[in-house]
Write a protein that binds this ligand. Structure first.
Ligand code: UDP
Length: 255
């Protein structure tokens, strides 16, 4: 079981085995900020990820061992409501990442952020855009998500000791990568956060849904229209909602 942060242990809401932290956006940011100092892992499961984890014990255990588990996407919110255990807030990983970038940019220690993942050249493009958007932000390093040697990369990241590492390899790869990094360096003090396509979004390679779509909880539809190939992956959503509705109640605090 993870130690509480600031002596406050948030309530857990269990959805198909995944124990989500029942936190507001502000609480999630404050916990993430603490993790940039004491080190730890944050995961941002959406329905696709929960659906993937239900048949993969190793992946599920990895998610549930994280220090912060936030509900990325309206699908998880609907599922929680259908189960009569509503979550306090939807916390898109990319918004949490933006908050972490702001914290890192303002921090006097200048440890900065390491961007890991996406196709070659994309993290560099994201770095340039982020530095323009968050004045004072230090990019502690970049690494594409295809051509790397894990032990060497782990040592490189440990060497620069960034405030945060954005690990953007898709799931379950990114979560397992983070787990292995923390297992190798249990005393490390970075926040490692799994963020899927966030580097693509920060680089402008993939456009995020406009605000009006996001407000209406239609980010998933915008993504589907822009990337129709996602239809197969997204077919998990109705199955996920039905399964969540009919699954037995269990409380994540009991385990
Ligand atoms: N990716 C990677 N290495 C891999 C597989 C994927 O760096 O071996 C990257 C991919 O280029 C993309 C991201 O991982 O930038 C996954 O994006 P996706 O949109 O699938 O993630 P989501 O946001 O849906 O979780």
């Amino acid at each position: 079981m993870n130690p509480p942060i600031n002596n406050v242990k948030p309530r857990k809401i269990n959805i198909l085995g995944v124990n989500f932290d029942d936190v507001t956006f502000e609480q999630a940011v404050s916990r993430a900020a603490e993790l940039t100092e004491r080190g730890g892992c944050c995961v941002t499961p959406n329905p696709e990820i929960v659906w993937l984890a239900r048949n993969d014990r190793e992946f599920l255990d990895t998610i549930n061992a994280a220090d912060l588990v936030v509900a990325d996407g309206v699908g998880v919110m609907y599922a929680a409501r259908l189960r009569n255990t509503p979550l306090a807030a939807k916390i898109p990983g990319i918004d949490l990442a933006a908050a972490v970038l702001e914290i890192a940019a303002k921090s006097a220690d200048g440890r900065g952020v390491f961007l890991f993942g996406a196709k070659p050249g994309t993290a560099e493009r994201a770095a340039a855009k982020l530095q323009a958007k968050f004045p004072g932000l230090r990019i502690a390093g970049v690494q594409d998500g295809y051509d790397y040697d894990t032990p060497e990369l782990q040592a490189r990241i440990r060497g620069v000791n960034p405030a945060a590492v954005f690990v953007c390899l898709g799931s379950p790869k990114q979560e397992l990568w983070i787990r292995d990094y923390i297992a190798r360096y249990p005393e490390q003090t970075s926040l490692l956060i799994g963020l899927g396509g966030a580097i693509d979004a920060f680089a402008g390679v993939v456009r995020r849904a406009p605000e009006a779509w996001r407000r209406r909880n239609l980010e998933w539809l915008y993504r589907l229209l822009k990337q129709p190939a996602r239809i197969k992956r997204m077919s998990a959503l109705p199955k996920f909602l039905l399964a969540a509705m009919f699954a037995g109640q269990s409380n994540g605090n009991e385990s």
